[in-house]
Design a protein around this ligand. Structure first.
Ligand code: 5AD
Ligand code: SF4
Length: 453
């Protein structure tokens, strides 16, 4: 009988992708994925280390899961920690949580079947946080694809930029770009089973420079064109970008590739040049604005999203005001903002920290402005007809949920036969986080879905 695997995923889209690939690897070892931890023979926490208390949360979750081990039973579910906390903490995790069986880093999970077998054996523990010379991608089986219409596809991993706040270069390792042929084969496989939207993933995805079949090095713009040309692929996205790595061809692609969606996550972090320099971001507010201008020149309807950090060491009121000014100037459709959180081992962690109250206050001010912008962007969609990829059921009977080109959730009444299709939807109302609409061709008769929340 197949063994059962439960995976809990934290953090970014790459972890979502990795969890799917972990399921592929473990399927080969005879494990089926289940959606409840208490049914599992093996539980994997695929963890994130980007911000505060990540490791603490993992330890407390492990403590909770440990109770699934039946009292007195020699075996219960095996417990494994994967992802960036595993990478950062390594074997230390087993000292702190002696009941933990496997610790596996983001570049070593293709070895999970061996590690699990080892943990089941006499020694009882297995740790692998190596950065192997040979990429895990060369060892992974073909991805299993369920009925999803959107797929993530990692094309680049790791980061060489070393922003002074960020753990990624330490947890994910050096920049690596998958070969073009491997990426296209995976994209074709998704297209072959009905996937219509592909999001190319990388920690610094626009640093992509994979070896091409022609022997030349391909940058991201060229890769996007090739993925967009695959039959059945109607939408392409990419995330996350480092603004200084946007080259001319990638900018041009936004104007030329109709499948490339007019929505871009382009983290700026701060609007103060002094803070950007302290963050080692290799960009200024002016160079960011110039990039936005160039992108909008080729794709006027481009909507932007960003990440912000407030309360970085040394950030003054004037620096923060510069961030607010930049936000006003760009006008974001969506954004994430965070208080600076010192990450052990990163350069900025040793600097004097701002008082928590200052961080809290600035975050509230920034989020208020960003929420207003998001609301204004959503409101501006009302009355427009947007192509929506309908990819799920809503809460009420007859309701579906889809995604606009700008990644907004759109609720609408629609027949199940439209699941997986890109359909014109007239937007009739907007909320803070989502839109509601009706099928465009029957816009006057149907009742619109409500925008939840
Ligand atoms: N503190 C706060 N936010 C951080 N981020 C990354 N590291 C930190 C940190 N130490 C944010 C950045 C990044 C996003 C993924 O997480 O804004 O773009
Ligand atoms: Fe981290 Fe992104 Fe900077 Fe790389 S570019 S160090 S992943 S914030």
């Amino acid at each position: 009988m197949a063994k059962k695997l439960y995976i809990q995923t934290y953090g970014c889209q790459m972890n979502v992708y990795d969890s799917a690939r972990i399921a592929d690897v473990m399927a080969e070892a005879g494990y089926d994925v289940v959606d409840a931890a208490d049914q599992a023979d093996l539980i994997i926490l695929n963890t994130c280390h980007i911000r505060e208390k990540a490791a603490e949360k993992v330890y407390s979750e492990l403590g909770r899961l440990r109770r699934l081990r039946r009292p007195g039973a020699a075996s219960g579910p095996l417990l494994a920690v994967a992802g960036c906390v595993a990478q950062a903490e390594g074997g230390e995790m087993i000292s702190r949580a002696p009941f933990l069986d496997v610790v596996v880093g983001p570049q070593a999970y293709h070895r999970l079947p061996e590690l699990v077998a080892q943990a089941e054996g006499a020694t009882g523990k297995a740790v692998d946080t190596a950065f192997p010379a040979k990429s895990k991608f060369d060892a992974l089986p073909d991805p299993h694809v369920d009925g999803r219409r959107g797929a993530f596809l990692t094309v680049q991993e790791g980061c060489d930029r070393f922003c002074t706040f960020c753990v990624v270069p330490y947890t994910r390792g050096a920049e690596y770009s998958r070969p073009v042929v491997q990426v296209l084969r995976e994209a074709q496989r998704y297209a072959g089973v009905g996937v219509v939207e592909i999001t190319l993933l990388g920690q610094n995805v626009n640093a992509y420079h994979g070896p091409g079949p022609d022997g030349a090095e391909w940058r991201l713009g060229r890769l996007i064109r090739a993925v967009a040309a695959i039959d059945g692929i109607a939408r392409v996205r990419y995330t996350t970008s480092y603004p200084a790595d946007h080259d001319d061809d990638l900018i041009a692609a936004h104007g030329e590739v109709t499948e490339l969606m007019p929505y871009l996550h382009l983290p700026v972090q701060s609007g103060s040049d002094r803070i950007l320099k302290a963050m080692n971001r290799r960009q200024t507010a002016a160079s960011y604005l110039r990039l936005v201008e160039r992108l909008r020149a080729v794709r006027p309807d481009l909507a932007l999203s960003s990440d912000f950090i407030v309360g970085f060491p040394g950030e003054t009121e004037a620096d923060f005001a510069a961030t607010l000014r930049l936000v006003e100037e760009v006008g974001f459709a969506q954004a994430y903002s965070f208080k600076y959180s010192p990450r052990p081992g990163t350069p900025a962690a040793d600097a004097a920290q701002l008082p928590e109250a200052v961080k809290t206050e600035r975050l509230a001010v920034l989020q208020c402005l960003l929420d207003r912008q998001q609301r204004a962007f959503n409101d501006a969609c009302v009355g427009r007809v947007l192509p929506v990829l309908i990819d799920g059921d809503g809460r009420k009977p007859g309701q579906r949920v889809g995604r606009s080109p700008y990644l907004q959730a759109v609720h609408l009444p629609a027949p199940a036969s439209l699941l997986g299709k890109i359909t014109d939807v007239r937007i009739v109302s907007a909320g803070g986080n989502s839109l509601a609409g009706v099928l465009a061709e029957q816009g006057t008769v149907a009742t619109a879905a409500e925008v939840p929340g």
